[in-house]
Design a protein around this ligand. Structure first.
Ligand code: NAD
Ligand code: UFG
Length: 338
């Protein structure tokens, strides 16, 4: 029996594939390389010492998905495939709704047609919207998302919940990630953004590597410890391990389950810069600029439900996150593009 990993060539997917293989699972990676490249597959093979099945396919391609389900004995899906750039989603909402929502519905249809009814889904803390106050708990009302990307995550959560309600043979595990950073400690796989990074850590590592002159810190007048935005950064390997626990849950029980995956600790932008400089020994010049529209002052999780029900806790701290992010960037200055 195999686990189908959609978006398995991407940042979080590739780290999760490594953990799945290490635990002895059979894995099939499915990706269309929209935001990733084939080179990651070589790295996965080198790191794991295993040959991994790969299918180049778009999750919106029903006939393609059917072939994949016919070819392998797939009994669960970890669904990472999706587009994730908040700004781009405001400019191209139809692309986001089609790819993320349309793709997920097509994927679920293919799953149902082949009797595969276990799915672990990549959601986001963004579904908590603006009205909830951190620490964010799964019992809080989700919604009130402020951009099409976030809305796709909120809608997909609803769609998966409705599918499970309509057919209680389904098991749906919705994972709300906080801010994944870091990389595999080998420095062989990591985050490889196209163009100018939108997110804090890839921007910091590119400044440290001399690819960018300075970090723009988006506002220092928030009501936080030093005025800069506070987030719950989580090491991508801890996050990956959370998926294995969620998969165990999906095998053990039918139903819809929602879990935050975060550390429960918030760090400000300047605290991250300081931790990064300490971990890397490299200075990160920065300038304070205007706030970025749509940003929240503070966002961090209450991760206790995942601890109680899945037996999962994040183990790696901010120093390790920074050291591993730097190692990846330093070993691969251009990411996978070389
Ligand atoms: P990523 O872009 O590195 O990985 C996503 C992968 O999905 C890519 O390899 C891409 O090529 C693939 N993909 C996209 N559309 C596809 C399609 N239609 N068919 C087949 N493959 C397709 O992103 P990531 O950071 O690894 O994120 C994985 C998931 O987690 C996404 O759904 C994202 O929205 C979600 N998430 C990410 C973050 C974050 O900060 N990285 C936070 C919360 C949630
Ligand atoms: N920041 C900067 N400068 C930068 C980039 C970011 O100061 O160049 C600040 C932001 O203002 C924020 C913090 O660093 O205070 C973190 O910003 P990120 O862009 O790294 O992360 P966000 O919390 O804004 O967004 C992330 C994902 C979204 C997701 C959201 C909630 O990118 O997709 O978490 O899960 F919706």
């Amino acid at each position: 029996m195999a686990v189908l990993v959609t978006g398995g060539a991407g940042y979080i997917g590739s780290h999760t594939v490594i953990e799945l293989l290490a635990s002895g699972k059979e894995v099939v990676i499915l990706d269309n390389f929209y935001n990733s490249c084939p080179k990651v597959l070589e790295r996965i093979k080198a790191l794991s010492g295993k040959e991994v099945a790969f299918e180049e396919c778009d999750i919106r391609d029903k006939a393609g998905l059917d072939k994949v389900f016919e070819k392998y004995d797939i009994d669960s899906v970890i669904h990472f495939a999706g587009l994730k750039a908040v700004g781009e989603s405001c400019q191209k909402p139809m692309l986001y709704y089609d790819n993320n929502i349309g793709g997920t519905v097509t994927l679920c249809q293919a799953m149902a047609d082949h009797g595969c009814k276990r799915i672990v889904f990549s959601s986001s803390a963004t579904v908590y919207g603006e009205h909830n106050v951190s620490p964010l708990k799964e019992t809080m009302t989700a919604g009130g998302t402020t951009n099409p990307y976030g809305t796709t995550k909120f809608f997909i959560e609803q769609i998966l919940t409705d599918i499970e309600k309509s057919d209680p043979e389904w098991s749906v595990c919705i994972l709300r990630y906080f801010n994944p950073i870091g990389a595999h400690e080998s420095g062989m796989i990591g985050e490889s953004p196209n163009g100018i990074p939108n997110n804090l850590m890839p921007y910091i590592t590119q400044v440290a590597e001399g690819k960018r002159e300075f970090l723009s810190v988006y506002g220092n007048d928030y009501d936080t410890v030093d005025g800069t935005g506070v987030r719950d950064y989580i090491h991508v390997v801890d996050l990956a391990k959370g998926h294995l626990k969620a998969l165990d849950k999906a095998y053990a029980e039918n139903g819809t389950f929602i879990y935050n995956l975060g550390t429960g600790c918030g760090y400000s932008v300047l605290q991250v810069v300081e931790a990064f400089e300490k971990a890397s020994g490299v200075k990160v010049p920065y300038k304070i600029v205007d706030r970025r529209p749509g940003d929240l002052a503070t966002c961090f999780s209450d991760p206790s439900k995942a601890k109680e029900e899945l037996g999962w806790v994040a183990e790696k701290g901010i120093d390790e996150m920074c050291a591993d992010s730097y190692r990846w960037q330093h070993n691969n200055p251009n990411g996978y593009e070389d």
